[in-house]
Design a protein around this ligand. Structure first.
Ligand code: GRF
Length: 189
């Protein structure tokens, strides 16, 4: 059985989808969720799913090793950033080389980097009248949204698309490709 640990800052629909996918598959398990936002929806989801949820501050992550110690206890085979808005520290990347994966709701390298998250991405895509938009799953390195791309999937942006229709299309793709990318990464280790 492989161990998956998820870091999330927001609603956590991807976290829940990943937990349910692997519960069904039975070959891996989401053993813990880590969250830096005490108001995040992912906390209630974790409780409902019976997954331990560890809340920490950005200062703890940046300047102490309390998160590291807790994380190591779960012996993660893969660390999944699912809507995680803080920079994942280099010292943890060194401890878990090629094992930290992120999802970004755009076709990287376009629309990536600090501040480009959630609705900011989709609003920019719509404002720029892009013809294509999509989702990227990539390994994490020390720069926002710059690691090796594992999977990318695009769709056509229609003239009738709105922020909410784009978000819906993005989530549909995310729910399908993120568990597959994680599964593939787990099989490489
Ligand atoms: C997703 O669109 C993901 O790509 C992005 O943040 C969003 C998180 O949604 N990084 P949720 O918290 O999984 O519902």
């Amino acid at each position: 059985m492989k161990n998956i640990v998820i870091f999330a800052s927001g609603g956590g629909s991807n976290a829940e989808n990943i937990a349910l996918y692997f519960e069904k598959k039975g070959n891996a398990k989401v053993v813990a969720i880590f969250c830096n936002n005490p108001k995040a929806g992912v906390i209630d989801r974790a409780e409902r799913l019976n997954i331990p949820c560890n809340i920490f501050t950005s200062q703890e992550l940046k300047n102490t090793n309390t998160v590291d110690q807790k994380l190591n206890e779960y012996k993660p085979d893969v660390i999944v950033l699912a809507g995680f808005l803080l920079l994942f520290p280099g010292r943890l990347l060194n401890q878990y080389p090629e094992k930290v994966v992120n999802i970004h709701p755009a076709l990287l390298p376009a629309y990536g980097g600090k501040g480009m998250y959630g609705h900011h991405v989709h609003e920019a895509v719509i404002a720029n009248k892009e013809k294509k938009h999509g989702v990227t799953v990539h390994l994490v390195n020390e720069e926002y949204d710059k690691g090796k791309i594992l999977i990318q999937e695009s769709f056509d942006v229609e003239s009738v698309d709105t922020l909410s229709s784009v978000e819906e299309k993005i989530h549909k793709i995310e729910f399908r490709i993120f568990p597959l990318a994680i599964e593939k990464l787990l099989s490489n280790h």
